[in-house]
Write a protein that binds this ligand. Structure first.
Ligand SMILES: [Zn+2]
Length: 411
């Protein structure tokens, strides 16, 4: 009896998100905040492909799971998320929802966001016609709504299978008030790597980017196995989980500024930095050769001076110093017109002394001359002639096949 009671309590806690939240262990990852987004204002998000992504603060992460649901692994993912009282967005495939509608309902009932990942997950979205894409998109929404029995329970969020985008599909989605989700960070969990490596890639890439929308797949056992480690590491490193829901009449969008949606944060001191300094820079302190160094007094056309700015070393100004030129300052002169310096011609590689070999001139006069001046050479020429087979030309007549001519430097 006690076991049955415990089981029913567990079921209740799984079915009702509020009950799960009430049982959160102290120190659980939880949900730091919920963002309400309006797809009509931000049609495409994800730094991997677009200029905008979700307006996250530093060390904020949005968890997303694609391709499910499958009862076993999606169930495991849900249990892990529930143990940390945190929420995610599930991009589900319509035919999977048709096969496992109870699992779709469970994901929804546990407070996660249900989103669309097409009806059958074809890897052809980048070359589909708009009607074909529309059938996949609307089919996915219809399957998910049927599983949940509530049209409003499915978020107007769509992730293109394989991220195989094209303009016409994105335009269709935007025109229908659907937000296209790409990703900021992937963990490669669809490749042949194990759970430990999935966790390592997820955490290290989030650490490198500082925040982001993380893509995982709840159809893989190894991803379900990796998830506890990912959440544990994120918590230990001070990351927070953000849950994303769509705006609705009774749920206004979260106030944001356009800058918060910018996908690309300024680079942080990467080296080396190639900087085009000027089209007509003043004479530099140290220069590498320019065309004038090679006797070209008046090089035709403009030349562009480039310099490599040493961005790896900071040299603070001393008191009283106005500016300081970095040193060394190599300048590269790029002639803007082609053909200033000729490429080597064949004669650049000619030798004055050709290696001894059978002479091509086989006329009687030349042969007699060679015999008279050099008996040895004549014998060699004769031998050469003897060894040359006579060939019949397909165009009539016959000739002696010449041995290949030797020229230049042959090894
Ligand atoms: Zn997918």
């Amino acid at each position: 009896m006690r076991a049955i009671l415990a089981a029913s309590l567990l079921m209740a806690s799984l079915v009702h998100g509020g009950a799960v939240a009430a049982e959160c262990p102290p120190g659980a990852l939880g949900v730091a905040r919920t963002i309400v987004v309006d797809p009509r204002e931000h049609a495409r998000i994800g730094a991997m492909q677009y200029n905008e992504t979700l307006p996250l603060n530093d060390r904020e992460v949005v968890l997303t799971f694609d391709d499910g649901p499958v009862p076993r692994h999606t169930g495991s993912v849900l249990e892990t998320l529930a143990s940390e009282c945190t929420k995610a967005t599930f991009f589900m495939v319509g035919q999977m929802a048709n096969a496992y509608p109870a699992m779709v309902r469970r994901v929804h009932d546990e407070g996660h966001t249900i989103a669309n990942h097409s009806q059958t997950h074809p890897f052809t979205f980048s070359r589909m016609s708009v009607p074909q894409a529309a059938a996949q998109i609307e089919g996915g929404f219809a399957s998910l709504r049927a599983a949940l029995g509530d049209p409003d329970a499915v978020a107007p969020f769509f992730r293109i299978p394989g991220l195989l985008r094209q303009d016409s599909v994105e335009q269709y989605l935007a025109a229908h008030g659907v937000m296209t989700w790409s990703v900021d960070v992937v963990a490669d969990d669809w490749t042949h790597i194990n759970a430990a490596e999935i966790a390592r890639r997820a955490v290290s890439r989030l650490e490198a980017r500082g925040k982001g929308v993380l893509l995982l797949h709840d159809i893989h056992e190894k991803t379900a196995v990796a998830l506890p480690e990912i959440l544990k590491e994120l918590k230990a490193r001070g990351f927070k989980i953000v849950h994303v829901v769509p705006a609705a009449p009774d749920r206004p969008k979260t106030a944001t500024t356009p800058e918060q949606w910018a996908a690309h944060v300024p680079e942080r001191g990467l080296w080396p930095r190639v900087v085009v300094t000027d089209m007509a820079t003043s004479a530099p302190a140290l220069t590498v050769p320019s065309p004038t160094s090679f006797g070209v007094a008046d090089p035709p056309g403009p030349a562009v001076a480039l310099s490599l700015a040493p961005g790896f070393k900071h040299m603070p100004l001393q008191p009283g110093e106005v500016s300081r030129a970095p040193w060394p300052r190599p300048n590269y002169w790029a002639p803007a017109t082609a053909g200033l310096f000729a490429v080597p011609a064949a004669q650049n590689f000619q030798y004055s002394h050709v290696f001894a070999g059978p002479h091509r001139d086989t006329t009687g006069v030349a042969a007699r001359k060679r015999v008279a001046s050099s008996p040895a050479h004549g014998v060699r020429a004769k031998a050469s002639n003897r060894s040359s087979p006579r060939v019949t030309s397909p165009f009539g007549g016959s000739r002696t096949a010449s041995p290949p001519r030797l020229f230049g430097h042959q090894l």
